[in-house]
Design a protein around this ligand. Structure first.
Ligand code: UD1
Length: 431
C-alpha cells in the first residue's frame, strides 16, 4: 500500500489543468448499457473508481478499449450478464448506477447491495422505490437486489422525498427506454446530472428540465451510440485552488468551469481570497491569512458536501472561528480526528463542527478515511510545519488523478512511496 509524504510550509504557485469529473464519468459510462451502438468517451479521468466501472462493464460482456488518442470506446451490444457482483460493488458504491440501465435494457438486474461506507449508511432505497413506481418488482436475495420488469418499464411520476444525485441519474437512465413519460420531482440539479442528460440527448433520448428540480423523460424505442464529453471536475478544481490558498500561494486551474463552483468561490472570497475567473479558468490567491467564515452543505447549487472537508482544512488555519454544518451525510466528519492530530482545533457536535483557526498546523502521520477526507489531510499537510505521512492512499486515488504529480508541479514537496519503502523503488518525487 502506498503512502504520501509531504514536507509542508511551501507556498504553491502556478497553473494546473482540471481532469474530467469522476462523478460525471461514472454515470456516463453506465449509460453505455442503454446505447445500441459504440460510445466514444472524451476526457474520462484515470481513476480507481473509473477503472472499477470499466471492469464492471467488461464483466457484463461489454467491449471496453482505449484508443491512441486516450478516448475510451465502449460497446455494450455484446453484454449478456445483467449483474453486478459484490467484489466490484463493495469497492465502489456508485456501481449501483448500472441498476437503472440494466433493468431498462434486459428487464432484469441482479446487483449486489452496497454496504455501509465511511460517510454514513447511504442506502439506495429511493432508487429502488423509483424502479418499483416504473413497474419493476424488487426483491432481496442473499445480499443482492433482484429487480424484474419482464414486460419492460413504464413511465411514472416520481417525487424524491430527498435530493439524491445517483438516484436521479439511475432513474433518468431507466426512464430513457421506458414506455411513456417519467417525471422526476425534487430531482438533483448537480452539473453531473446535466452532463448525463446532455449525453443521453445526443444519443437520441428525449429529456427536458435537467438542471432544474423537475426532469421530464419521454421514453424512446432505442438510443444509438455516439460521442460523449465529460465536464471538468469541479471538486478537483476546488481542491487545487484550496491547496494554493492554504499555503498562502497563487494557483490557477484551467480547463475548468467557474460557473460550476459559484458557492465555493463566494465563500473563499468572503474568507479573503482574491478570485479571478475567465470562461474556463479560475485563479485564487491569498495574501496573509484567510478569515473564518461559516458554511452549510446543501444540494447543488448550494455548497457541495464533497468540498466540506477541504474547506474545513482552510478554516483550520484561518483567523477566527467558523461553523461548518454538514446537512447531506451523517458521519462525514471522519477527517476531524486526523486534523486534530495535526494541531487543529475543532469541536464536533452532531452535524456541526466549530473550527477555531490556529496560526500553524504541525505535520503528523495521518490516515485517509474516505476520498474527500483524504484530500483535506493533504491540504493540511501542505500548510503544516514539518512532515505529514498519509496512509491508505487508495482512498485518494479513487477520485484524484496523479495528485502528487499535479501538486508537485505547483511546487509542493510531495512524494508517493510504496509501503515497502526499500531504496528508491516505488518512489516518485515531484518537487
Ligand atoms: C453523490 C456523489 C457524492 C456526493 C453526493 C452528494 C457520485 C458518484 N457521488 O453520491 O460524491 O457526495 O452525491 O452530493 O455522484 N439517500 C437515501 N436514499 C437513497 C439515496 C440517498 O436516503 O436511496 C440519502 C443519502 O444517505 C444521503 C443523501 O440522500 O444522506 C444524499 O445522497 P446522494 O445524493 O444519493 O449521494 P450519492 O448519489 O450516493
Amino acid at each position: 500500500m502506498d503512502q504520501i509524504y509531504i514536507q509542508g510550509g511551501v507556498a504553491l504557485h502556478g497553473t494546473v489543468k482540471s481532469s474530467g469529473a469522476k462523478n460525471a464519468a461514472l454515470p456516463l459510462l453506465a449509460a453505455s448499457i442503454l446505447a445500441d451502438g459504440p460510445v466514444v468517451y472524451h476526457r474520462i479521468p484515470h481513476l480507481l473508481d473509473v477503472t472499477t466501472m470499466m471492469t464492471l462493464l467488461s464483466w457484463q460482456g461489454a467491449d471496453v478499449t482505449y484508443d491512441d488518442q486516450h478516448r475510451l470506446h465502449i460497446d455494450t451490444r455484446s453484454a449478456d450478464k445483467p449483474e453486478a457482483p459484490y467484489e466490484l460493488v463493495k469497492t465502489m458504491r456508485a456501481s449501483s448506477l448500472v441498476l437503472g440501465p440494466v433493468v431498462a435494457r434486459f428487464g432484469h438486474a441482479k446487483v449486489s447491495l452496497p454496504g455501509g461506507c465511511a460517510i454514513g449508511a447511504r442506502p439506495i432505497d429511493l432508487h429502488l422505490r423509483g424502479l418499483e413506481a416504473m413497474g419493476a418488482t424488487v426483491q432481496m436475495d442473499h445480499g443482492d437486489v433482484v429487480v424484474d420488469a419482464p414486460g419492460g418499464l413504464h413511465g411514472a411520476q416520481i417525487d424524491f422525498p430527498q435530493v439524491t444525485v445517483t438516484g436521479t441519474e439511475n432513474l433518468m437512465m431507466a426512464a430513457v427506454l421506458a414506455k411513456g413519460t417519467t417525471v422526476l420531482e425534487n430531482a438533483a440539479r448537480e452539473p453531473e446530472v446535466v452532463n448525463l442528460a446532455d449525453a443521453l440527448r445526443s444519443l437520441g433520448a428525449d429529456i427536458e428540465g435537467d438542471g432544474t428540480s423537475r426532469i421530464v423523460i419521454r421514453g424512446v424505442e432505442r438510443i444509438s451510440g455516439g460521442e460523449i464529453h465529460t465536464i471538468a471536475d469541479r471538486i478537483e478544481t476546488a481542491t487545487y485552488l484550496a491547496a494554493g490558498m492554504i499555503t498562502g500561494g497563487d494557483v490557477t486551474v484551467t480547463h475548468t468551469d467557474p460557473s460550476l463552483l459559484t458557492a465555493f468561490l463566494e465563500k473563499v472570497e468572503e474568507a479573503g481570497a482574491v478570485v479571478e475567473c475567465t470562461n474556463d479558468s479560475i485563479r485564487c490567491r491569498v495574501d496573509g491569512r484567510l478569515r473564518a467564515c461559516d458554511i452549510q452543505t446543501m444540494p447543488h447549487p448550494g455548497f457541495p458536501t464533497d468540498l466540506q472537508a477541504q474547506f474545513m482544512a482552510l478554516m483550520c488555519v484561518a483567523e477566527g472561528h467558523s461553523v461548518i454544518a454538514e446537512t447531506i451525510f451523517e458521519n462525514r466528519f471522519m477527517h476531524v480526528q486526523e486534523l486534530l492530530r495535526m494541531g487543529a482545533k475543532v469541536h464536533l457536535d452532531g452535524h456541526l463542527a466549530t473550527v477555531h483557526g490556529v496560526a500553524q498546523l504541525a505535520g503528523a502521520p495521518v490516515m485517509a478515511t474516505d476520498l474527500r477526507a483524504s484530500a483535506s489531510l493533504v491540504l493540511a499537510g501542505l500548510a503544516a510545519q514539518g512532515e505529514t505521512i498519509l496512509s491508505r492512499v487508495y482512498h485518494i486515488d479513487r477520485g484524484y488523478e496523479r495528485i502528487e504529480e499535479k501538486l508537485g508541479r505547483l511546487g509542493a514537496r510531495i512524494e508517493r512511496r510504496s509501503e515497502a519503502g526499500h531504496g528508491d523503488r516505488g518512489v516518485m518525487l515531484y518537487a
